[in-house]
Ligand binder design. Structure first.
Ligand SMILES: *Cc1c(COP(=O)(O)O)cnc(C)c1O
Ligand code: SF4
Length: 346
């Protein structure tokens, strides 16, 4: 086996059911049929090593609290803005592209956890129609690969998409949202770097937004993967979800963001958690988030502080979650039309 295929091997051998999970962790877990288990073994070993009170356990191992019926099936309104196959076009100049529902791991807090398993039209491939829509909407300047996780696609599939999209003259920027470099760092192969370099020559900007929530996710292997990605010359960004019991403190976030900037990755967004069904045990109040966020200013350069944002339910889009004037949250948010909307409607 060449190193080229190592990551695919890791993916194939991942823990996929409660029985194997229990064997690996020597512990009982609840069986949750609505949202399965998926955890590559090398990453599972890191979760195990940091233990039950560690910051990875809660993010990746099933919890009976996921059965709580509170919350939204589609908290940010993906379906509302699903304008063409595998596209979510909410903001004028950019659109999300969802080429896969597959991820390198199943995060227990995932905001799309109720969607990924469904056979939704959002994920149905019809590339000709997708391309036609992009051609018909030259105002779309950036295409953002998300999912699922685009880095789970093979190099051949990725190259194919990049090639197809590079023919659309109005597309200037390409972006990939991915958790893979953190979960399966061996995915960052020479070939992937070459592919990204090539993409860089076809677009005005190519960026990667790497999803990571805690500094303990970034060990030596992940560091090496990030440094390789840096070499490809693409812009490296990070996005983090604020999660109760995982990273909900100023010092924890500060440590994560410092580590990222030392590796050349710029913190881009800190997401207030979405209220997806089965994830409400990760939820914290906006006031708490604001207190935590306000602590960062003293400890990080301005360019190392991500924007703290929240997605308004129903497809209204992202708004700033930080209100510098008050920590008191009125229960309302202002949408993009300037209207007041209820933050929580359930
Ligand atoms: C978040 C998001 C984007 C990307 O927005 P940026 O602010 O450019 O990161 C694009 N489309 C949709 C539907 C989104 O939710
Ligand atoms: S990688 Fe992203 S999309 Fe996939 S399960 Fe985790 S949070 Fe959800």
């Amino acid at each position: 086996m060449t190193t080229h295929n190592l990551w695919q091997e890791e993916f194939r051998n991942a823990i996929r059911n409660t029985k194997d999970l229990e064997l690996f962790f020597e512990k009982k877990f609840p069986k949750l049929k609505d949202y399965p288990v998926f955890l590559p073994k090398s990453f599972a070993a890191k979760v195990k090593k940091l233990g039950e009170s560690g910051p990875l356990w809660k993010q990746f191992l099933p919890d009976i609290k996921e059965k709580d019926a509170k919350g939204f099936a589609d908290p940010i309104g993906d379906q509302e803005n699903n304008t063409a196959p595998q596209l979510i076009h909410r903001y004028k100049n950019r659109a999300l592209f969802t080429p896969t529902t597959i991820c390198p791991v199943l995060c227990r807090y995932c905001f799309r956890k109720n969607e990924l398993n469904q056979k939704l039209s959002l994920f149905k491939p019809e590339l000709e129609k997708t391309i036609q829509y992009l051609e018909d909407h030259p105002e779309i300047e950036e295409l953002i690969f998300t999912g699922g996780d685009p880095f789970i696609l093979s190099d051949q599939q990725l190259s194919f998409y990049i090639e197809q999209f590079s023919k659309i003259k109005s597309l200037k920027y390409l972006r990939f949202h991915t958790r893979t470099p953190v979960i399966i760092p061996s995915r960052v192969t020479k070939n992937l770097i070459a592919l990204l370099k090539k993409a860089k020559n076809k677009f005005n900007n190519v960026s990667l937004a790497i999803h990571t929530n805690h500094e303990n996710e970034i060990d030596t292997e992940v560091k090496k993967a990030l440094l390789k990605l840096k070499e490809s010359g693409v812009m490296l960004l990070a996005q983090t979800v604020l999660l109760k019991g995982v990273n909900d403190s100023g010092p924890t976030l500060k440590t994560l963001f410092s580590k990222l900037i030392d590796l050349g990755v710029r913190p881009y967004y800190l997401h207030h958690p979405d209220q997806a069904k089965g994830t409400t045990h990760f939820y914290l109040e906006l006031e708490e988030g604001r207190h935590i966020y306000s602590q960062l200013r003293d400890h990080l350069p301005g360019w190392a502080i991500p924007s703290y944002i929240i997605d308004i339910p129903g497809g209204e889009g992202k708004v700033s979650a930080f209100n510098p004037e008050t920590y008191q949250f009125s229960g309302n948010l202002i949408n993009r039309k300037g209207e007041i909307v209820k933050h929580l409607t359930e």
